[in-house]
Write a protein that binds this ligand. Structure first.
Ligand SMILES: Nc1ncnc2c1ncn2[C@@H]1O[C@H](COP(=O)(O)OP(=O)(O)OP(=O)(O)O)[C@@H](O)[C@H]1O
Length: 297
């Protein structure tokens, strides 16, 4: 089973919001979708699930276009946090709606998860705190039993405990490779340790589709103190400077080879140690120049 987004485009008020977006998504994958505020992430989601009619392109689930096969829409879960109808209902009423759209909605698990996270089934959705709402949103996503789960900025404004709860639920859920997640964020740190693949949306287009495992296999982040103050040629040529503090340089070398390692050691560094690579380091090293990523923050 795969989901294919093929050449999807959408204009709003004669402005091109997304153009020619193409990617594949398989169960078992957690895909991050990053891009600056207003770049079109939510519009892409709404167009994918047919809340907005696409101007061009299509979304296929197992080769069937979802626009023309409404039953396929139940394979995709997307809760539009800006325009949702949940506000006036209590948590115990929500399954009544969701089980109409998602026939495999798991009421028992829904109730168990509410209890587990100490959410009161009698509470109205609109009276919940931001973090509680985020938990209900992820619980609905999981218990819908849709295969493809879209989460729009699920970590925005959440404290570290709620974030960890949600991240753990996502990771547990993909473990058996039966579900996939597409998670948007304007902050890369939120996706760190979660996404194995990151799509970058820029200027209405998909600027990059990165497989982080491949990048991590060849990239290294190094902390160095050199005896000499001048930056050696090997670093100028092969590294991206992440940070300088006093004599300490932190660099990312995206294609770290034995030859580069030898050249670095030949400089007799006072300190040379490897640091853990974050998603943000990889983006800064790979994308800083051509994507305006610095402006993401
Ligand atoms: N229904 C609409 N009517 C008019 N303009 C819209 C509509 N929906 C989206 N837009 C415009 O499309 C652009 C993309 O908005 P969208 O919400 O998709 O971005 P986003 O990447 O999700 O942003 P954020 O990270 O801030 O949530 C914005 O300029 C927005 O004003």
């Amino acid at each position: 089973m795969t989901l294919q987004v093929n050449n999807l485009s959408k204009q709003i008020d004669k402005r091109q919001i997304i153009s020619d977006i193409t990617f594949n998504w398989a169960p078992g994958e957690i895909i991050g979708l990053v891009g600056r505020n207003g770049v079109g992430k939510t519009t892409l989601f709404r167009t994918m699930v047919n809340h907005y009619v696409a101007d061009a392109g299509q979304v296929l689930v197992d080769d069937q276009p979802i626009q023309r096969t409404p039953t396929r829409q139940r394979d995709i879960f997307f809760l539009d946090t800006q325009y949702n109808f949940l506000s006036n209902y209590s948590l115990k009423e929500l399954p009544d709606f969701y089980s109409v759209v998602y026939p495999n909605f798991d009421r028992q698990r829904y109730n168990e998860l509410l209890r587990h996270f100490e959410l009161n089934a009698g509470d109205q959705y609109r009276r919940l705190s931001k973090g509680m709402r985020a938990m209900v949103n992820i619980i609905l996503a999981l218990t819908s039993n849709a295969t493809y789960l879209i989460l729009d900025e699920p970590f925005d404004g959440l404290d570290v405990i709620v974030r960890e709860n949600i991240a753990t639920m996502v990771i547990d859920e993909v473990a058996d490779q039966r579900k996939g997640f597409l998670i948007s964020s304007h902050d890369l740190n939120e996706l760190d340790g979660l996404s194995d693949r990151v799509l970058l949306l820029k200027d209405s287009q998909l600027a990059h589709d990165y497989n982080l495992e491949d990048i991590r296999a060849t990239a290294k982040k190094i902390q160095l103190v050199l005896p000499d103050k001048t930056i050696p040629a090997v670093l100028k040529e092969h590294s991206h400077l992440i940070r300088v503090s006093g004599r300490v340089l932190v660099v990312v070398i995206t294609n770290y080879t034995a030859d580069i390692d030898q050249q670095l050691r030949a400089l007799h560094p006072v300190l040379l140690e490897e640091l853990p690579l974050t998603l943000e380091d990889l983006f800064r090293a790979n994308l800083a120049h051509d994507t305006g990523y610095q402006l993401l923050k």
